[in-house]
Design a protein around this ligand. Structure first.
Ligand SMILES: [Fe+2]
Ligand SMILES: [Fe+2]
Length: 285
């Protein structure tokens, strides 16, 4: 690892990570091609993952769960949460001037166009509201990026697995076995995932949406699982039943972002009704 090279600058924008994902899972691209593409074409994304993989330890995750999963950050409606997320200054991309909320609407509108159930449209809108963690002061590497279980051996299906060499959990033998701190087939809901916007939004909405939706929220960045088939040994029956739904959601997350501004004014009545159906009033964040 010793090098005299200067580390790459961190990502300018959270959207750099999403563009990277989109490139990684471009149709027709082989695994080898995207591994090459990874480091050379994306030094700042690689640097972002280097820090993420080094810092997301069991102790870090348990600390953040304690800090946020009690939902003591005030009450907001879904619209208010969207407006709050819009205050995130994240505008490094000069050819789009879409707000965070417009990006969310593109996802939900693509789901709606394909005739999916109303709960899934709602899920499309809310799925990235957890990025408000950035506004609470959490670093990029603790908000976005692929997620993965902590407390057991890291799969080599996680992007940039070599960066786990610097994670202090490497030196905790209990965390380095296949099952680590978990029982075989304990179910992914009982696994501590690396901390980020996915787990947080699932906690916020856990009483408001069906299990299929909560899996889409909680695991949408768990690519090693839903894209690469890793961690079967931790899965239970419910996980197996929910996996196809997470996979159904993924293309909307990856490919629905365009440069056309959704017409907020025209869409608002539909979403007012939709949110009233699933999220009555203010939610604890
Ligand atoms: Fe996301
Ligand atoms: Fe997303």
């Amino acid at each position: 690892m010793a090098t005299t090279q200067q580390p790459a600058a961190p990502m300018e924008s959270l959207e750099n990570w999403e563009e990277f994902l989109e490139g990684r899972y471009q149709e027709g691209k082989s695994e080898d091609e995207f591994r090459q593409y990874d480091k050379e074409a994306n030094p700042s994304v690689a640097e972002f993952y280097r820090i993420n993989h080094e810092q997301q330890t069991v102790a870090y995750v348990l600390g953040k769960e304690k800090e946020y999963f009690g939902l003591m950050r005030g009450k907001k409606t879904i619209w208010e949460a969207g407006e709050y997320l819009n205050t995130l200054v994240d505008d490094s991309d000069p050819d789009t001037d879409l707000t965070q909320m417009e990006h969310l609407l593109q996802t939900s509108e693509a789901i709606r166009r394909d005739g999916h159930p109303r709960w899934m449209i709602a899920t499309g809108f809310v799925h990235d509201l957890g990025k408000c963690l950035c506004l609470y002061g959490e670093p990029q590497w603790g908000v976005v990026g692929d997620t993965f279980p902590v407390g057991c051996a890291w799969s080599d299906q996680i992007v940039f697995p070599e960066y786990f060499a610097a994670n202090p959990d490497r030196n905790v033998p209990e965390y380095q076995t296949q099952y680590g701190i978990y029982e075989p087939n304990c179910g992914l809901e009982n696994v501590h995932m690396s901390f980020g916007h996915d787990g947080y939004i699932a906690e916020v909405l856990k009483n408001n949406l069906p299990d299929e939706a909560l899996y889409m929220l909680r695991f949408h960045s768990f690519y090693a699982w839903h894209r690469h088939g890793a961690y079967q040994h931790l899965m239970n029956e419910k996980d197996r039943a929910m996996l196809p739904w997470v996979q159904k959601f993924n293309p909307y997350d990856l490919y629905s972002k365009g440069h056309t501004k959704p017409d907020m004014k025209a869409l608002k009545p539909f979403y007012d009704d939709l949110f009233a159906e699933f999220f009555p009033g203010k939610l604890a964040w």
